[in-house]
Design a protein around this ligand. Structure first.
Ligand code: C2G
Length: 134
């Protein structure tokens, strides 16, 4: 019996959209369990991101996603190495906009970047929503 392949990823997942879904779907297909570090509101402020949806509801939506097995808060840039050990991750994976950013983790587990889904982003959704709601 081979041990379950545990995949670890991180993100804000604000205004959850099909680009997020397709990433999580592809990640889930790479292993048996998908664990997601969801950026806290405080960490997003550090990232310079103003989220629409608070952490607790972004985490709730992720937990309701059929592809996700576990969700925990991402508080800072530095916790990934500890998380890989803590969650026994076999693979760390992100969308392609992060290509190369986390290669330093390759001594702990496989590191993979998957192509982003084109033509959708939280920023774009915010813009479209603001022009539609007068
Ligand atoms: N993503 C995607 N396609 C899109 C939009 C996002 O594949 N059209 C992917 C991103 O590449 C990322 C994940 O979905 O892997 C989550 O995206 P964000 O919520 O924007 O996360 P981000 O702010 O990039 O946070 O420590 C890492 C950071 O927490 C990543």
């Amino acid at each position: 019996m081979t041990k379950p392949r545990r995949i670890l990823t991180y993100g804000t997942f604000d205004l959850f959209h099909h680009g997020h879904v397709r990433l999580l779907q592809r990640l889930a297909a790479l292993g048996d369990q998908l664990i997601v570090g969801c950026s806290s509101d405080e960490f997003n402020a550090l990232k310079g991101k103003k989220t629409v949806v608070p952490y607790e509801f972004r985490a709730e939506v992720l937990r309701a996603c059929r592809y996700v097995d576990e969700v925990f808060p991402e508080h800072n840039w530095e916790q990934k190495r500890d998380d890989i050990v803590k969650y026994k991750a076999d693979m760390f994976a992100m969308g392609g906009d992060w290509e190369g950013h986390f290669d330093d983790l390759a001594d702990l587990c496989t590191v993979k970047y998957l192509p982003r889904t084109e033509a959708v982003s939280t920023t774009e959704l915010k813009k479209r929503a603001s022009t539609r709601i007068k």
